[in-house]
Design a protein around this ligand. Structure first.
Ligand code: ZN
Length: 189
C-alpha cells in the first residue's frame, strides 16, 4: 500500500525514532509499504518518520542510479552494492570513515528543494535487517550519502540542518511556504 509522505512542518519529522526490538507482522507490512511508497515517489530512501512513524527504520534502494556511483565493502572486501538492494536498516549505527565531501541532496519531505550537503564520503554501518539478522558493511558514494541522510531522519535530523546561514536565507521563502502548507493540511493553522 502506498502511504502518504509527510512534508516539512509535520512534527513527526523532528521525532527521534523508537528502537525496534522485534520484527512483528506489523513491522514487516510497514517495510513493504515503505518500499512501495519510496518506489512510487522515485526516491532512493525513505525513513519511517516520512510516513508518520517515529521508528528506527529506513528503506534504501540506489538501483538504477548510474550517474552517481556507490561502493560497498562486505567483510572487508569490495562487493557489488546492488547485492544489498533493496536495503532495510533497523536501529542503524553509522560511523564516518573519511573526510566530508560535497554532493547534491533532495528529500521526499521537501518537494522541489535541492542543495549541496557535506557528508563523509565513506561510512561503516551496523544495523538489523528485515529478517532480524545483524547487518554490517562499509559503503561509499551515493549509498553512503543515502544511508547518512536516512539515518539522520531516524534521529529527527533533517538535511536543512546542514545549511549555512546564507543557504538558509536563500531557501527561506520556499521552506516557510512548505511549513505553511503542511500545517494547513494538518489543520494546525
Ligand atoms: Zn529525506
Amino acid at each position: 500500500m502506498i502511504l502518504p509522505i509527510v512534508t516539512y512542518g509535520h512534527p513527526v519529522l523532528r521525532q527521534k525514532g523508537e528502537r525496534i526490538t522485534q520484527i512483528t507482522p506489523e513491522i514487516t507490512q510497514l517495510i513493504a509499504d515503505m518500499m512501495e511508497t519510496m518506489r512510487d515517489a522515485n526516491g532512493i530512501g525513505l525513513a519511517a518518520q516520512q510516513v508518520g512513524r517515529a521508528l528506527q527504520l529506513t528503506v534504501i534502494d540506489v538501483t538504477g542510479i548510474e550517474d552517481r556511483p556507490s561502493t560497498l565493502e562486505l567483510d572487508g572486501k569490495p562487493a557489488d552494492p546492488l547485492t544489498l538492494m533493496p536495503l532495510v536498516l533497523i536501529n542503524p549505527e553509522v560511523k564516518p570513515l573519511n573526510e566530508p565531501v560535497t554532493g547534491p541532496e533532495g528529500c521526499l519531505s521537501f518537494p522541489e528543494v535541492y542543495f549541496d550537503v557535506q557528508r563523509p564520503e565513506r561510512v561503516s554501518v551496523s544495523a538489523m535487517n528485515e529478517k532480524g539478522e545483524r547487518l554490517a558493511f562499509s559503503c561509499g558514494g551515493l549509498l553512503a550519502r543515502a544511508v547518512q541522510h536516512e539515518t539522520d531522519h531516524l534521529n529527527g535530523v533533517l538535511f536543512i540542518d546542514y545549511l549555512s546561514k546564507s543557504g538558509k536565507s536563500k531557501l527561506k521563502k520556499e521552506l516557510d511556504a512548505l511549513v505553511y502548507q503542511t500545517r494547513r493540511e494538518l489543520g494546525l493553522r
